[in-house]
Design a protein around this ligand. Structure first.
Ligand code: F6R
Length: 589
Protein backbone atom coordinates (compact mmCIF):
# COMPACT_ATOMS: atom_id res chain seq x y z
CA UNK A 1 0.00 0.00 0.00
CA UNK A 2 1.16 3.53 -0.67
CA UNK A 3 2.83 4.06 -4.02
CA UNK A 4 6.19 5.79 -4.25
CA UNK A 5 8.27 6.98 -7.17
CA UNK A 6 11.52 8.88 -7.67
CA UNK A 7 13.06 10.36 -10.82
CA UNK A 8 16.35 11.96 -11.77
CA UNK A 9 17.20 12.84 -15.38
CA UNK A 10 16.87 15.16 -18.32
CA UNK A 11 13.07 15.28 -18.49
CA UNK A 12 10.74 17.24 -16.27
CA UNK A 13 10.55 15.40 -12.94
CA UNK A 14 7.27 17.15 -12.08
CA UNK A 15 5.53 15.46 -15.02
CA UNK A 16 7.23 12.08 -14.67
CA UNK A 17 6.57 11.80 -10.96
CA UNK A 18 2.97 12.99 -11.38
CA UNK A 19 2.29 10.43 -14.14
CA UNK A 20 3.92 7.70 -12.08
CA UNK A 21 1.69 8.55 -9.12
CA UNK A 22 -1.42 8.41 -11.28
CA UNK A 23 -0.40 4.91 -12.34
CA UNK A 24 0.21 3.94 -8.73
CA UNK A 25 -3.02 5.32 -7.35
CA UNK A 26 -4.51 1.84 -6.91
CA UNK A 27 -2.02 1.45 -4.04
CA UNK A 28 -3.83 4.12 -2.03
CA UNK A 29 -5.62 7.40 -2.59
CA UNK A 30 -5.95 9.14 0.78
CA UNK A 31 -3.44 11.88 -0.07
CA UNK A 32 -0.67 12.57 -2.54
CA UNK A 33 2.50 14.61 -2.61
CA UNK A 34 5.57 15.47 -4.64
CA UNK A 35 8.92 16.99 -3.66
CA UNK A 36 10.91 18.59 -6.48
CA UNK A 37 14.48 19.84 -6.44
CA UNK A 38 14.29 23.50 -7.45
CA UNK A 39 17.53 25.49 -7.44
CA UNK A 40 19.03 22.97 -5.04
CA UNK A 41 16.17 23.20 -2.52
CA UNK A 42 13.36 20.72 -1.84
CA UNK A 43 10.01 22.19 -2.82
CA UNK A 44 7.09 20.15 -1.46
CA UNK A 45 3.54 20.03 -2.85
CA UNK A 46 1.05 17.82 -1.03
CA UNK A 47 -2.65 17.51 -0.59
CA UNK A 48 -5.31 15.35 1.01
CA UNK A 49 -7.26 13.37 -1.60
CA UNK A 50 -6.43 11.96 -4.98
CA UNK A 51 -3.35 12.53 -7.10
CA UNK A 52 -5.08 14.89 -9.56
CA UNK A 53 -5.33 17.47 -6.75
CA UNK A 54 -1.58 18.03 -7.16
CA UNK A 55 -1.89 19.15 -10.74
CA UNK A 56 -2.63 22.84 -10.11
CA UNK A 57 0.18 22.95 -7.54
CA UNK A 58 2.91 21.70 -9.86
CA UNK A 59 1.76 23.19 -13.16
CA UNK A 60 4.56 24.94 -15.03
CA UNK A 61 7.28 23.81 -12.59
CA UNK A 62 10.51 22.49 -14.11
CA UNK A 63 12.86 20.24 -12.20
CA UNK A 64 15.21 17.37 -12.98
CA UNK A 65 14.78 15.52 -9.69
CA UNK A 66 11.69 14.55 -7.75
CA UNK A 67 10.04 12.04 -5.45
CA UNK A 68 6.32 11.34 -5.01
CA UNK A 69 3.86 9.43 -2.88
CA UNK A 70 0.23 8.34 -3.00
CA UNK A 71 -0.97 7.31 0.43
CA UNK A 72 -3.05 4.63 2.06
CA UNK A 73 -3.23 5.94 5.60
CA UNK A 74 -2.04 3.75 8.44
CA UNK A 75 -0.79 6.15 11.14
CA UNK A 76 -2.45 9.56 11.10
CA UNK A 77 -5.72 10.35 9.35
CA UNK A 78 -5.77 11.48 5.72
CA UNK A 79 -4.83 15.19 5.75
CA UNK A 80 -2.48 17.67 4.08
CA UNK A 81 -0.09 17.49 7.07
CA UNK A 82 0.06 13.72 7.08
CA UNK A 83 0.64 13.54 3.32
CA UNK A 84 4.16 12.60 2.17
CA UNK A 85 6.84 13.72 1.36
CA UNK A 86 7.93 14.44 4.91
CA UNK A 87 10.76 16.86 5.35
CA UNK A 88 13.22 17.80 8.05
CA UNK A 89 16.25 20.02 7.57
CA UNK A 90 17.63 19.26 4.13
CA UNK A 91 15.86 15.92 3.86
CA UNK A 92 12.65 14.99 2.03
CA UNK A 93 11.42 11.39 2.16
CA UNK A 94 8.58 9.26 0.82
CA UNK A 95 7.86 5.98 2.59
CA UNK A 96 5.78 2.87 2.03
CA UNK A 97 5.49 0.47 4.97
CA UNK A 98 5.03 0.80 8.71
CA UNK A 99 7.65 1.87 11.24
CA UNK A 100 6.60 -0.10 14.29
CA UNK A 101 8.98 1.59 16.75
CA UNK A 102 8.19 5.12 15.57
CA UNK A 103 6.72 6.09 18.96
CA UNK A 104 10.00 5.40 20.78
CA UNK A 105 12.08 7.06 18.04
CA UNK A 106 9.84 10.10 17.96
CA UNK A 107 10.01 10.42 21.76
CA UNK A 108 13.82 10.41 21.63
CA UNK A 109 13.96 12.95 18.81
CA UNK A 110 11.45 15.22 20.55
CA UNK A 111 13.56 15.09 23.71
CA UNK A 112 16.38 16.50 21.59
CA UNK A 113 14.10 19.42 20.73
CA UNK A 114 12.97 18.29 17.28
CA UNK A 115 9.49 19.40 16.28
CA UNK A 116 7.16 17.10 14.35
CA UNK A 117 4.50 18.40 12.00
CA UNK A 118 2.50 15.22 11.28
CA UNK A 119 1.11 12.27 13.19
CA UNK A 120 2.60 9.70 10.81
CA UNK A 121 5.11 7.00 11.60
CA UNK A 122 7.05 8.02 8.49
CA UNK A 123 8.12 11.47 9.62
CA UNK A 124 10.68 9.98 12.02
CA UNK A 125 12.62 8.74 8.99
CA UNK A 126 13.22 12.30 7.74
CA UNK A 127 14.33 13.35 11.24
CA UNK A 128 16.64 10.37 11.67
CA UNK A 129 18.33 10.79 8.29
CA UNK A 130 18.72 14.51 8.94
CA UNK A 131 20.30 13.85 12.33
CA UNK A 132 22.87 11.47 10.78
CA UNK A 133 23.60 13.59 7.72
CA UNK A 134 27.05 15.12 7.74
CA UNK A 135 27.65 15.32 4.00
CA UNK A 136 27.19 11.70 2.90
CA UNK A 137 23.52 10.88 2.18
CA UNK A 138 23.87 7.13 1.68
CA UNK A 139 25.75 6.83 4.98
CA UNK A 140 23.00 8.80 6.75
CA UNK A 141 20.30 6.59 5.20
CA UNK A 142 22.22 3.42 6.12
CA UNK A 143 22.51 4.57 9.75
CA UNK A 144 18.88 5.69 9.90
CA UNK A 145 17.38 2.48 8.54
CA UNK A 146 19.32 0.45 11.12
CA UNK A 147 17.17 2.20 13.73
CA UNK A 148 13.87 1.23 12.09
CA UNK A 149 11.68 -1.72 13.03
CA UNK A 150 8.85 -2.72 10.70
CA UNK A 151 8.85 -2.40 6.94
CA UNK A 152 9.98 0.27 4.56
CA UNK A 153 10.58 1.22 0.98
CA UNK A 154 11.81 4.77 0.94
CA UNK A 155 13.21 7.33 -1.44
CA UNK A 156 15.19 10.27 -0.11
CA UNK A 157 16.14 13.60 -1.60
CA UNK A 158 18.61 15.95 0.12
CA UNK A 159 19.30 19.60 -0.53
CA UNK A 160 22.82 20.05 -1.84
CA UNK A 161 23.06 16.40 -2.98
CA UNK A 162 22.51 15.56 -6.63
CA UNK A 163 21.60 11.88 -6.25
CA UNK A 164 18.50 10.38 -4.73
CA UNK A 165 18.89 7.46 -2.34
CA UNK A 166 16.47 4.56 -1.91
CA UNK A 167 16.31 1.77 0.66
CA UNK A 168 14.03 -1.19 1.29
CA UNK A 169 13.10 -3.81 3.83
CA UNK A 170 10.04 -6.03 3.31
CA UNK A 171 8.16 -3.45 1.18
CA UNK A 172 8.82 -3.73 -2.57
CA UNK A 173 11.09 -1.34 -4.49
CA UNK A 174 12.39 -1.43 -8.04
CA UNK A 175 14.86 0.69 -9.97
CA UNK A 176 14.11 1.79 -13.54
CA UNK A 177 17.16 2.15 -15.77
CA UNK A 178 17.00 4.66 -18.61
CA UNK A 179 19.44 6.60 -20.77
CA UNK A 180 20.58 9.74 -18.93
CA UNK A 181 17.77 9.20 -16.48
CA UNK A 182 16.89 6.73 -13.77
CA UNK A 183 13.82 5.91 -11.72
CA UNK A 184 12.78 4.22 -8.54
CA UNK A 185 9.27 3.00 -7.72
CA UNK A 186 7.25 0.76 -5.45
CA UNK A 187 6.03 -1.26 -8.42
CA UNK A 188 6.22 -1.77 -12.13
CA UNK A 189 3.12 0.05 -13.45
CA UNK A 190 4.69 3.35 -12.32
CA UNK A 191 7.41 2.76 -14.90
CA UNK A 192 5.18 1.52 -17.73
CA UNK A 193 6.74 2.66 -20.99
CA UNK A 194 9.29 4.86 -19.18
CA UNK A 195 12.52 2.84 -19.31
CA UNK A 196 13.82 -0.28 -21.06
CA UNK A 197 15.10 -2.13 -18.00
CA UNK A 198 14.38 -2.51 -14.33
CA UNK A 199 16.12 -4.16 -11.42
CA UNK A 200 14.42 -5.43 -8.30
CA UNK A 201 15.98 -4.49 -4.97
CA UNK A 202 16.38 -7.04 -2.17
CA UNK A 203 15.79 -6.49 1.53
CA UNK A 204 18.38 -4.20 3.17
CA UNK A 205 19.55 -2.82 -0.18
CA UNK A 206 20.45 0.85 -0.44
CA UNK A 207 20.57 2.36 -3.93
CA UNK A 208 22.29 5.58 -4.90
CA UNK A 209 20.63 6.87 -8.06
CA UNK A 210 22.04 9.59 -10.28
CA UNK A 211 21.19 10.59 -13.86
CA UNK A 212 23.90 8.42 -15.33
CA UNK A 213 24.18 5.48 -12.95
CA UNK A 214 22.68 3.39 -10.20
CA UNK A 215 24.86 1.82 -7.52
CA UNK A 216 23.37 -0.73 -5.12
CA UNK A 217 24.84 -1.50 -1.69
CA UNK A 218 24.05 -3.76 1.24
CA UNK A 219 23.19 -2.37 4.65
CA UNK A 220 26.90 -1.81 5.41
CA UNK A 221 27.36 0.00 2.10
CA UNK A 222 29.31 -2.81 0.44
CA UNK A 223 28.50 -2.87 -3.30
CA UNK A 224 26.11 -5.64 -4.41
CA UNK A 225 24.98 -6.67 -7.89
CA UNK A 226 21.32 -6.94 -8.84
CA UNK A 227 20.24 -8.37 -12.16
CA UNK A 228 18.77 -6.05 -14.77
CA UNK A 229 15.66 -7.37 -16.48
CA UNK A 230 13.41 -6.12 -19.25
CA UNK A 231 10.71 -3.67 -18.24
CA UNK A 232 7.58 -5.40 -19.49
CA UNK A 233 5.05 -2.96 -17.99
CA UNK A 234 3.09 -1.44 -20.85
CA UNK A 235 1.13 1.83 -20.82
CA UNK A 236 -1.75 -0.10 -22.48
CA UNK A 237 -2.83 -1.45 -19.08
CA UNK A 238 -4.02 2.07 -18.25
CA UNK A 239 -6.06 2.37 -21.42
CA UNK A 240 -9.73 1.95 -20.50
CA UNK A 241 -10.71 1.36 -24.13
CA UNK A 242 -14.47 1.85 -24.32
CA UNK A 243 -15.08 0.76 -20.72
CA UNK A 244 -16.16 3.28 -18.07
CA UNK A 245 -14.19 1.47 -15.35
CA UNK A 246 -11.13 -0.74 -15.04
CA UNK A 247 -13.31 -3.31 -13.26
CA UNK A 248 -15.44 -3.85 -16.36
CA UNK A 249 -12.40 -3.79 -18.64
CA UNK A 250 -10.68 -6.39 -16.46
CA UNK A 251 -13.80 -8.55 -16.25
CA UNK A 252 -13.80 -8.58 -20.03
CA UNK A 253 -10.20 -9.81 -19.88
CA UNK A 254 -11.25 -12.91 -17.90
CA UNK A 255 -11.36 -15.13 -21.03
CA UNK A 256 -7.80 -14.11 -21.96
CA UNK A 257 -6.70 -14.72 -18.38
CA UNK A 258 -8.09 -18.28 -18.49
CA UNK A 259 -6.58 -19.03 -21.91
CA UNK A 260 -3.17 -17.46 -21.26
CA UNK A 261 -2.84 -19.03 -17.83
CA UNK A 262 -3.62 -22.45 -19.22
CA UNK A 263 -1.12 -22.06 -22.10
CA UNK A 264 1.62 -20.87 -19.73
CA UNK A 265 1.02 -23.87 -17.50
CA UNK A 266 2.62 -26.17 -20.08
CA UNK A 267 5.95 -24.36 -19.73
CA UNK A 268 6.17 -25.15 -16.02
CA UNK A 269 4.42 -28.52 -15.95
CA UNK A 270 7.65 -30.56 -15.76
CA UNK A 271 9.23 -28.42 -13.03
CA UNK A 272 5.92 -28.53 -11.18
CA UNK A 273 5.95 -32.34 -11.28
CA UNK A 274 9.42 -32.27 -9.69
CA UNK A 275 8.42 -29.89 -6.90
CA UNK A 276 5.31 -31.88 -6.00
CA UNK A 277 6.86 -35.32 -6.23
CA UNK A 278 6.39 -36.98 -2.85
CA UNK A 279 3.82 -34.40 -1.73
CA UNK A 280 1.47 -36.00 0.78
CA UNK A 281 -0.06 -32.85 2.22
CA UNK A 282 -0.80 -29.48 0.75
CA UNK A 283 -1.51 -26.14 2.36
CA UNK A 284 -2.98 -23.35 0.24
CA UNK A 285 -2.44 -19.83 1.59
CA UNK A 286 -3.83 -16.49 0.52
CA UNK A 287 -5.78 -13.44 1.63
CA UNK A 288 -9.13 -12.07 0.44
CA UNK A 289 -9.97 -13.11 -3.10
CA UNK A 290 -6.74 -15.10 -3.41
CA UNK A 291 -7.82 -17.12 -0.37
CA UNK A 292 -11.15 -17.75 -2.06
CA UNK A 293 -9.28 -19.12 -5.09
CA UNK A 294 -7.33 -21.28 -2.61
CA UNK A 295 -10.60 -22.73 -1.29
CA UNK A 296 -11.38 -23.91 -4.80
CA UNK A 297 -7.82 -25.23 -5.16
CA UNK A 298 -8.41 -27.33 -2.04
CA UNK A 299 -11.58 -28.79 -3.51
CA UNK A 300 -9.86 -29.53 -6.85
CA UNK A 301 -6.80 -31.18 -5.33
CA UNK A 302 -8.78 -33.25 -2.85
CA UNK A 303 -11.31 -34.34 -5.50
CA UNK A 304 -8.81 -35.13 -8.27
CA UNK A 305 -5.66 -36.20 -6.44
CA UNK A 306 -7.07 -37.31 -3.06
CA UNK A 307 -4.26 -35.52 -1.25
CA UNK A 308 -5.35 -33.78 1.97
CA UNK A 309 -5.35 -30.00 1.61
CA UNK A 310 -5.80 -27.21 4.12
CA UNK A 311 -6.75 -23.82 2.75
CA UNK A 312 -5.80 -21.16 5.23
CA UNK A 313 -5.97 -17.45 5.52
CA UNK A 314 -2.31 -16.38 5.37
CA UNK A 315 -2.77 -13.78 8.10
CA UNK A 316 -3.92 -16.49 10.51
CA UNK A 317 -1.49 -19.21 9.44
CA UNK A 318 1.53 -17.12 10.31
CA UNK A 319 0.48 -16.67 13.92
CA UNK A 320 -0.11 -20.32 14.72
CA UNK A 321 2.38 -23.08 15.15
CA UNK A 322 1.82 -24.86 11.84
CA UNK A 323 2.52 -28.53 11.34
CA UNK A 324 4.84 -28.90 8.35
CA UNK A 325 6.01 -32.37 7.38
CA UNK A 326 8.68 -33.38 4.86
CA UNK A 327 5.95 -34.02 2.30
CA UNK A 328 4.23 -30.65 2.74
CA UNK A 329 3.93 -28.37 -0.26
CA UNK A 330 2.57 -24.86 0.28
CA UNK A 331 0.76 -23.07 -2.54
CA UNK A 332 0.80 -19.32 -1.88
CA UNK A 333 -1.82 -17.56 -3.99
CA UNK A 334 -1.42 -13.83 -4.57
CA UNK A 335 -2.16 -11.43 -7.40
CA UNK A 336 0.49 -8.94 -6.33
CA UNK A 337 2.97 -11.37 -4.82
CA UNK A 338 3.57 -8.62 -2.27
CA UNK A 339 0.81 -9.15 0.30
CA UNK A 340 2.64 -8.92 3.63
CA UNK A 341 0.65 -11.67 5.38
CA UNK A 342 1.04 -14.08 2.46
CA UNK A 343 4.76 -13.36 2.24
CA UNK A 344 5.36 -13.83 5.96
CA UNK A 345 3.26 -17.01 6.06
CA UNK A 346 5.21 -18.36 3.06
CA UNK A 347 8.54 -17.53 4.69
CA UNK A 348 7.43 -19.30 7.86
CA UNK A 349 6.35 -22.42 5.94
CA UNK A 350 9.60 -22.45 3.98
CA UNK A 351 11.69 -22.04 7.10
CA UNK A 352 9.94 -25.10 8.54
CA UNK A 353 10.88 -27.16 5.49
CA UNK A 354 7.87 -26.88 3.17
CA UNK A 355 8.32 -26.52 -0.55
CA UNK A 356 6.77 -23.31 -1.82
CA UNK A 357 4.77 -22.88 -5.03
CA UNK A 358 3.69 -19.31 -5.81
CA UNK A 359 0.49 -18.88 -7.80
CA UNK A 360 0.81 -15.30 -8.97
CA UNK A 361 0.71 -12.91 -11.89
CA UNK A 362 3.68 -10.93 -10.59
CA UNK A 363 6.82 -12.76 -11.73
CA UNK A 364 9.21 -10.22 -10.18
CA UNK A 365 7.43 -10.03 -6.85
CA UNK A 366 8.97 -10.98 -3.52
CA UNK A 367 6.72 -14.07 -3.42
CA UNK A 368 7.96 -15.24 -6.83
CA UNK A 369 11.56 -14.75 -5.75
CA UNK A 370 10.98 -16.69 -2.54
CA UNK A 371 9.18 -19.63 -4.18
CA UNK A 372 10.70 -22.90 -5.36
CA UNK A 373 8.40 -22.60 -8.36
CA UNK A 374 6.01 -20.05 -9.83
CA UNK A 375 2.74 -21.23 -11.37
CA UNK A 376 2.12 -18.26 -13.62
CA UNK A 377 -1.26 -16.55 -13.63
CA UNK A 378 -1.19 -14.73 -16.94
CA UNK A 379 -3.85 -12.16 -16.23
CA UNK A 380 -1.74 -9.07 -16.90
CA UNK A 381 -1.71 -6.08 -14.56
CA UNK A 382 -4.89 -5.48 -12.62
CA UNK A 383 -5.60 -1.82 -11.93
CA UNK A 384 -9.02 -2.00 -10.29
CA UNK A 385 -8.61 -2.49 -6.54
CA UNK A 386 -11.13 -5.33 -6.64
CA UNK A 387 -9.61 -8.51 -8.06
CA UNK A 388 -11.41 -10.01 -11.06
CA UNK A 389 -9.36 -11.57 -13.85
CA UNK A 390 -6.56 -12.51 -11.43
CA UNK A 391 -9.09 -14.61 -9.47
CA UNK A 392 -10.22 -16.56 -12.54
CA UNK A 393 -6.57 -16.93 -13.58
CA UNK A 394 -5.73 -18.32 -10.13
CA UNK A 395 -8.65 -20.77 -10.34
CA UNK A 396 -7.38 -21.93 -13.76
CA UNK A 397 -3.82 -22.46 -12.49
CA UNK A 398 -5.03 -24.37 -9.43
CA UNK A 399 -7.37 -26.51 -11.53
CA UNK A 400 -4.52 -27.54 -13.82
CA UNK A 401 -2.18 -28.08 -10.88
CA UNK A 402 -4.75 -30.39 -9.29
CA UNK A 403 -5.01 -32.38 -12.51
CA UNK A 404 -1.23 -32.82 -12.62
CA UNK A 405 -1.17 -33.81 -8.97
CA UNK A 406 -3.70 -36.48 -9.87
CA UNK A 407 -1.40 -37.74 -12.62
CA UNK A 408 -3.79 -36.60 -15.37
CA UNK A 409 -2.67 -35.31 -18.74
CA UNK A 410 -2.99 -31.58 -19.35
CA UNK A 411 -4.35 -32.00 -22.84
CA UNK A 412 -7.36 -33.26 -24.75
CA UNK A 413 -10.64 -32.87 -22.95
CA UNK A 414 -9.21 -30.91 -20.02
CA UNK A 415 -7.80 -28.08 -22.06
CA UNK A 416 -10.78 -28.20 -24.44
CA UNK A 417 -13.11 -27.70 -21.46
CA UNK A 418 -11.10 -24.69 -20.32
CA UNK A 419 -11.28 -23.23 -23.83
CA UNK A 420 -15.05 -23.73 -23.92
CA UNK A 421 -15.37 -22.10 -20.52
CA UNK A 422 -13.25 -19.11 -21.60
CA UNK A 423 -15.63 -18.67 -24.55
CA UNK A 424 -18.64 -18.85 -22.23
CA UNK A 425 -17.06 -16.24 -19.92
CA UNK A 426 -16.58 -13.96 -22.93
CA UNK A 427 -20.26 -14.22 -23.71
CA UNK A 428 -21.22 -13.64 -20.05
CA UNK A 429 -19.03 -10.54 -19.79
CA UNK A 430 -20.81 -9.03 -22.77
CA UNK A 431 -24.37 -10.29 -22.38
CA UNK A 432 -25.17 -11.53 -18.88
CA UNK A 433 -28.14 -9.60 -17.58
CA UNK A 434 -27.74 -8.98 -13.87
CA UNK A 435 -29.68 -5.68 -13.82
CA UNK A 436 -32.76 -6.81 -11.90
CA UNK A 437 -30.74 -8.53 -9.21
CA UNK A 438 -28.28 -5.62 -9.06
CA UNK A 439 -31.19 -3.28 -8.34
CA UNK A 440 -32.43 -5.71 -5.69
CA UNK A 441 -28.95 -5.65 -4.12
CA UNK A 442 -28.83 -1.87 -4.26
CA UNK A 443 -32.12 -1.65 -2.36
CA UNK A 444 -31.20 -4.22 0.30
CA UNK A 445 -29.94 -3.58 3.82
CA UNK A 446 -27.99 -6.83 3.72
CA UNK A 447 -27.04 -9.34 1.03
CA UNK A 448 -26.15 -12.94 1.88
CA UNK A 449 -24.45 -15.25 -0.60
CA UNK A 450 -24.84 -18.97 -0.03
CA UNK A 451 -23.87 -22.17 -1.81
CA UNK A 452 -22.51 -25.63 -1.20
CA UNK A 453 -19.05 -27.05 -1.94
CA UNK A 454 -17.60 -25.21 -5.00
CA UNK A 455 -20.53 -22.80 -4.93
CA UNK A 456 -19.81 -21.95 -1.30
CA UNK A 457 -16.28 -20.86 -2.21
CA UNK A 458 -17.71 -18.58 -4.92
CA UNK A 459 -20.40 -17.34 -2.49
CA UNK A 460 -17.61 -16.03 -0.25
CA UNK A 461 -16.10 -14.20 -3.20
CA UNK A 462 -19.48 -12.78 -4.26
CA UNK A 463 -20.05 -11.44 -0.79
CA UNK A 464 -16.57 -9.93 -0.47
CA UNK A 465 -16.80 -8.24 -3.86
CA UNK A 466 -20.23 -6.75 -3.17
CA UNK A 467 -19.20 -5.40 0.26
CA UNK A 468 -15.93 -4.08 -1.10
CA UNK A 469 -17.31 -1.94 -3.89
CA UNK A 470 -20.95 -1.24 -2.96
CA UNK A 471 -20.56 -0.97 0.86
CA UNK A 472 -23.69 -3.07 1.43
CA UNK A 473 -23.22 -5.31 4.49
CA UNK A 474 -23.52 -9.04 4.00
CA UNK A 475 -21.85 -12.38 4.39
CA UNK A 476 -21.04 -15.55 2.50
CA UNK A 477 -22.22 -18.81 4.07
CA UNK A 478 -22.40 -22.50 3.33
CA UNK A 479 -26.06 -22.94 2.35
CA UNK A 480 -26.57 -25.43 5.18
CA UNK A 481 -25.41 -22.89 7.77
CA UNK A 482 -28.22 -20.47 7.05
CA UNK A 483 -30.52 -22.13 9.53
CA UNK A 484 -27.83 -22.15 12.21
CA UNK A 485 -28.05 -18.43 12.87
CA UNK A 486 -28.13 -16.19 9.82
CA UNK A 487 -31.79 -16.89 9.19
CA UNK A 488 -32.48 -14.55 12.14
CA UNK A 489 -31.25 -11.66 9.96
CA UNK A 490 -33.61 -12.38 7.07
CA UNK A 491 -36.44 -9.91 6.57
CA UNK A 492 -38.07 -8.13 3.65
CA UNK A 493 -35.07 -5.77 3.32
CA UNK A 494 -32.53 -8.51 2.79
CA UNK A 495 -31.54 -10.39 -0.32
CA UNK A 496 -30.09 -13.90 -0.35
CA UNK A 497 -28.17 -14.89 -3.47
CA UNK A 498 -28.01 -18.67 -3.86
CA UNK A 499 -25.42 -20.17 -6.21
CA UNK A 500 -26.38 -23.58 -7.59
CA UNK A 501 -24.14 -25.24 -10.17
CA UNK A 502 -24.09 -28.81 -8.89
CA UNK A 503 -27.11 -30.83 -9.93
CA UNK A 504 -26.61 -33.26 -7.05
CA UNK A 505 -26.85 -30.45 -4.49
CA UNK A 506 -29.58 -28.44 -6.22
CA UNK A 507 -32.43 -29.85 -4.15
CA UNK A 508 -30.74 -28.99 -0.84
CA UNK A 509 -29.98 -25.46 -2.04
CA UNK A 510 -33.59 -25.04 -3.19
CA UNK A 511 -34.61 -25.73 0.43
CA UNK A 512 -32.57 -22.72 1.49
CA UNK A 513 -34.40 -20.51 -1.02
CA UNK A 514 -37.73 -21.69 0.41
CA UNK A 515 -36.58 -21.01 3.97
CA UNK A 516 -35.61 -17.45 3.03
CA UNK A 517 -38.74 -16.66 1.04
CA UNK A 518 -41.02 -18.15 3.73
CA UNK A 519 -39.59 -15.63 6.16
CA UNK A 520 -40.25 -12.67 3.88
CA UNK A 521 -36.71 -12.37 2.52
CA UNK A 522 -35.95 -11.80 -1.14
CA UNK A 523 -33.94 -14.36 -3.08
CA UNK A 524 -31.97 -14.56 -6.30
CA UNK A 525 -30.51 -17.73 -7.79
CA UNK A 526 -27.41 -17.96 -9.98
CA UNK A 527 -27.57 -21.36 -11.62
CA UNK A 528 -26.86 -23.52 -14.61
CA UNK A 529 -29.07 -26.35 -13.36
CA UNK A 530 -32.26 -26.18 -15.45
CA UNK A 531 -34.42 -28.06 -12.95
CA UNK A 532 -33.44 -25.62 -10.16
CA UNK A 533 -34.18 -22.62 -12.36
CA UNK A 534 -37.58 -24.08 -13.27
CA UNK A 535 -38.48 -24.99 -9.69
CA UNK A 536 -37.43 -21.67 -8.15
CA UNK A 537 -38.45 -19.18 -10.79
CA UNK A 538 -41.65 -18.19 -8.92
CA UNK A 539 -39.80 -17.50 -5.70
CA UNK A 540 -36.49 -16.03 -6.77
CA UNK A 541 -35.03 -13.89 -9.52
CA UNK A 542 -32.99 -16.23 -11.72
CA UNK A 543 -29.61 -15.51 -13.37
CA UNK A 544 -29.09 -18.38 -15.78
CA UNK A 545 -25.57 -19.53 -16.63
CA UNK A 546 -24.54 -21.94 -19.39
CA UNK A 547 -23.68 -25.54 -18.63
CA UNK A 548 -20.04 -26.53 -18.31
CA UNK A 549 -17.74 -29.15 -16.84
CA UNK A 550 -18.74 -29.36 -13.15
CA UNK A 551 -15.39 -28.28 -11.71
CA UNK A 552 -15.11 -25.28 -14.04
CA UNK A 553 -18.45 -23.82 -13.05
CA UNK A 554 -16.75 -21.45 -10.54
CA UNK A 555 -15.24 -19.61 -13.51
CA UNK A 556 -18.74 -18.82 -14.77
CA UNK A 557 -20.31 -18.09 -11.39
CA UNK A 558 -17.29 -15.91 -10.51
CA UNK A 559 -17.99 -13.73 -13.52
CA UNK A 560 -21.66 -13.58 -12.53
CA UNK A 561 -21.07 -12.52 -8.90
CA UNK A 562 -18.35 -10.05 -9.87
CA UNK A 563 -20.55 -8.54 -12.59
CA UNK A 564 -23.39 -8.33 -10.06
CA UNK A 565 -21.17 -6.48 -7.60
CA UNK A 566 -19.94 -4.18 -10.37
CA UNK A 567 -23.43 -3.24 -11.56
CA UNK A 568 -24.66 -2.74 -7.98
CA UNK A 569 -21.77 -0.36 -7.24
CA UNK A 570 -22.47 1.58 -10.43
CA UNK A 571 -26.21 1.81 -9.66
CA UNK A 572 -25.33 3.19 -6.22
CA UNK A 573 -22.93 5.70 -7.73
CA UNK A 574 -19.82 4.18 -6.12
CA UNK A 575 -16.46 4.10 -7.87
CA UNK A 576 -15.80 0.36 -8.23
CA UNK A 577 -12.15 0.94 -9.15
CA UNK A 578 -11.27 2.84 -5.97
CA UNK A 579 -13.46 1.71 -3.10
CA UNK A 580 -13.24 3.74 0.09
CA UNK A 581 -10.60 2.85 2.68
CA UNK A 582 -9.01 0.18 0.48
CA UNK A 583 -5.89 -0.20 -1.61
CA UNK A 584 -4.59 -2.94 -3.85
CA UNK A 585 -1.55 -4.86 -2.71
CA UNK A 586 -1.64 -4.93 1.08
CA UNK A 587 2.06 -4.62 1.86
CA UNK A 588 1.61 -3.81 5.54
CA UNK A 589 0.78 -6.29 8.28
C1 F6R B 1 -10.59 -8.27 -3.23
C2 F6R B 1 -9.14 -8.14 -3.29
C3 F6R B 1 -8.36 -8.50 -2.08
C4 F6R B 1 -7.09 -9.26 -2.48
C5 F6R B 1 -6.20 -9.51 -1.25
C6 F6R B 1 -4.98 -10.32 -1.59
O1 F6R B 1 -11.18 -7.90 -4.43
O2 F6R B 1 -8.59 -7.74 -4.27
O3 F6R B 1 -9.11 -9.25 -1.18
O4 F6R B 1 -7.46 -10.46 -3.07
O5 F6R B 1 -5.82 -8.29 -0.71
O6 F6R B 1 -4.18 -9.66 -2.54
P1 F6R B 1 -3.09 -10.45 -3.36
O7 F6R B 1 -3.80 -11.37 -4.26
O8 F6R B 1 -2.33 -9.38 -4.09
O9 F6R B 1 -2.24 -11.18 -2.37
Amino acid sequence: MCGIIGYIGGKNAAEIVYEGLENLEYRGYDSAGIALKIEGKNAVFKKKGRVHKLLPLIEGIQSDTGIGHTRWATHGKPSDENAHPHTYGKIAVVHNGIIENYGILRGQLEKNGEKFTSSTDSEVIAHLISSYYTGNLSEAVARAVKMLEGSYALIVMCEGVEEIVAAKYKSPLIIGLGYGENFCASDEPALAGKCPQICVLEDDDIAVISKSEVAVFDSNLNPVTRQNILNLALPAVFDLGNCPHYMLKELREVPASIKNTSSAFFDVADSFKEVISGADRIIVLGCGTAYHAGLLGKRYIESFARIPVEAENAGEFRYKNPVITSGTVVFAVSQSGETADTLEASKLAKSLGAKLVAVTNSPHSQLSRLADLVLPVVAGSEICVAATKSYTGQITALYLAALLLAGAEISGENTRNLGICAGQCKDLCQNLNVETVAHMCAQSSGVYFIGRDLDYAVALEGSLKLKEISYIPGEGYPAGELKHGTLALIDENTLTVVIITDEALAGKCANAVNEVVTRGGKAAVITNVDSAAEELKGQAEIILLPKCEKYLSPLLSAVAVQMLAYRTAVILGRNPDKPRNLAKSVTVE
